[in-house]
Design a protein around this ligand. Structure first.
Ligand code: 0L1
Ligand code: MG
Length: 261
């Protein structure tokens, strides 16, 4: 795929995000045969554009980490994208609805690394040994595509629908925690909408970080000390609306919340 075409599609998606306007998926007409490799090249171009605009990467994120989602998308591997500083909302803070297109929220566990992690061959135990702490998180995804209708390459190109994130303020050392057994509820206006356990994320959220390190190693990249990594949804994603008060509770880890205004 020519560099100009990569740039054109990256512009198309970044403009959709900035104008808060849903667009047709890339494979609908712009590039019907878009491959996974080409999609990651478009995602990388979007990352470069954001960095050139002065934004800073907080860390990478994993998406499609539940076996159900992978089956639905007919893939045997999750995807990744990048979270930027402008996407972070303070815990308990406000998310302006008009900033986004059709946001959904999901409950996740975030890892903060104290050492670099470089694949291939990384496993969950190695990840835990190099993790400084874990914290509760709510990820707000906002596909730039009409009706969240996309193929796997489409969603990769769209930075894995990444949009906003709220991190809880309770930080826990991973030692002694059984993150696969951590139960989580996702409530909107006090009503539980979704629930799950950490094991929904590839069996254990640390497996998600390990797989991310191994996937990045194919491109000669690695996870870095200080990276804040969203490991993937424990719950399914739920549509949110103006006026909603959203809370994610994580047994033993704390909670995160925000208002949609
Ligand atoms: O974080 C995620 O799991 C998002 C992956 C993209 C799928 C979606 O937008 O529903
Ligand atoms: Mg997610």
């Amino acid at each position: 795929m020519a560099g100009a075409d990569i740039k054109k599609i990256a512009d198309y998606l970044v403009t959709a995000e900035k104008e808060k306007r849903e667009v047709k998926k890339v494979t609908a007409s712009l590039k019907p045969d878009l491959s996974v490799e080409e999609a990651y090249a478009i995602q990388q171009e979007i990352v470069n554009m954001k960095i050139n605009e002065g934004h800073r990467i907080i860390g990478p994120k994993m998406g499609l980490t539940s076996f159900a989602k992978m089956k639905q998308m007919k893939v045997n591997e999750p995807i990744y994208g990048y979270v930027f500083d402008y996407m972070v909302i303070n815990n308990g803070g406000a998310l302006p609805f008009h900033d986004l297109i059709h946001p959904k929220v999901e409950a996740e566990i975030a890892f903060v690394l104290k050492e670099d992690i470089e694949g291939p061959g990384v496993n969950g135990a190695q990840v835990l040994a190099k993790t400084d702490y874990v914290m509760p998180a709510l990820e707000i995804i906002d596909s730039r595509y009409e009706n969240f209708d996309f193929t796997l390459p489409d969603v990769i190109a769209d930075n894995a629908s990444t949009s906003r994130v709220v991190f809880g303020t309770s930080l826990k050392k991973p030692e002694g925690l059984e993150l696969d057994l951590v139960g989580s509820t996702l409530s909107i206006n006090g009503e539980i909408k979704e629930l799950g356990a950490g094991a929904a994320v590839l069996g254990h959220p640390a497996h998600s970080v390990a797989l991310l390190a191994n996937m990045l190693s194919r491109k000669g990249q690695k996870l870095r000390a200080g990276d804040v990594i969203l490991t993937g949804g424990i719950t399914s994603a739920v549509l949110i609306n103006k006026g909603d008060y959203v809370t994610g509770k994580f047994d033993g880890l704390g909670e995160a919340s925000f208002h949609v205004v």
